[in-house]
Design a protein around this ligand. Structure first.
Ligand SMILES: *[C@@H]1O[C@H](CO)[C@@H](O)[C@H](O)[C@H]1NC(C)=O
Ligand SMILES: *[C@@H]1O[C@H](CO)[C@@H](O)[C@H](O)[C@H]1NC(C)=O
Ligand SMILES: *[C@@H]1O[C@H](CO)[C@@H](O)[C@H](O)[C@H]1NC(C)=O
Length: 186
């Protein structure tokens, strides 16, 4: 069994997908969906970011839910590292939690600090196909780093949050799962 496992590991390494040597710009000019990945958490793994209508033209961001929370959204773009839908962009602000120091990520046309991403080639952890990940760079006008996480919300959905760099806190009652975001062309 142990030999079998290590052979499997070797084969997995040997067949790792080929990462193109060219780097990607921070614009993605054709429509995509955002897929959420963290294989340790089946309730969100490989599900998609959906946009829910909120006040003032804003959209709040959810993954999963029963029934699904938010509208299936296939026309996202990345403009100078900023996740864009029609005339609004993903920003970080509001609903700050004292328990784990996370902050909401949502979409608005207002000027809150944006969530900035860098498209990066990577191999899909499940099936090894080439994918374009939206690697989180940081919150605009703030120290770089941190990550995006999703925490339990209503109707078994999860909502998107910013986990700041240097933070170590977590909320045992609403654990915020660190996620990989993938741009899936539509
Ligand atoms: C990305 O798009 C913006 C706005 O359309 C443009 O100003 C910028 O030059 C583009 N950057 C790259 C690397 O293509
Ligand atoms: C690999 O998994 C990703 C994520 O679910 C999916 O989008 C893609 O189509 C899969 N590729 C293959 C070759 O099965
Ligand atoms: C999955 O989530 C856990 C808990 O947040 C985190 O420690 C881990 O790095 C995540 N895995 C990936 C691949 O992002």
């Amino acid at each position: 069994m142990r030999l079998f496992l290590s052979l499997t590991a070797l084969i997995a390494v040997a067949t790792a997908c080929t990462i193109p040597s060219t780097s990607l710009p921070n614009n993605i000019t054709s429509h995509f969906r955002v897929q959420v990945q963290n294989a340790s958490y089946p309730q969100i793994h490989n599900k998609y970011m959906n946009l829910m209508v909120s006040g003032g033209g804003d959209r709040h961001l959810y993954v999963g839910g029963s029934p699904q929370v938010g509208d299936t959204t296939t026309n996202l773009l990345l403009i100078k590292g900023s996740l864009n839908w029609v005339s609004i962009n993903a920003v970080i602000g509001g609903e700050e939690s004292n328990v784990d120091d996370t902050v909401k990520m949502f979409m608005t046309e207002r000027g809150d600090p944006r969530a900035l991403f860098q498209p990066t080639y990577a191999c899909n952890p499940d099936n090894d196909s080439l994918q374009v990940e939206l690697r989180f760079v940081g919150k605009q006008n703030a120290p770089a780093g941190g990550w995006i996480c999703v925490r339990p919300s209503f109707d078994n959905s999860h909502e998107f949050r910013y986990y700041p760099p240097g933070n170590t806190k977590s909320d045992p009652n609403r654990f915020c799962i660190k996620v990989t975001l993938v741009a899936v062309p539509t």
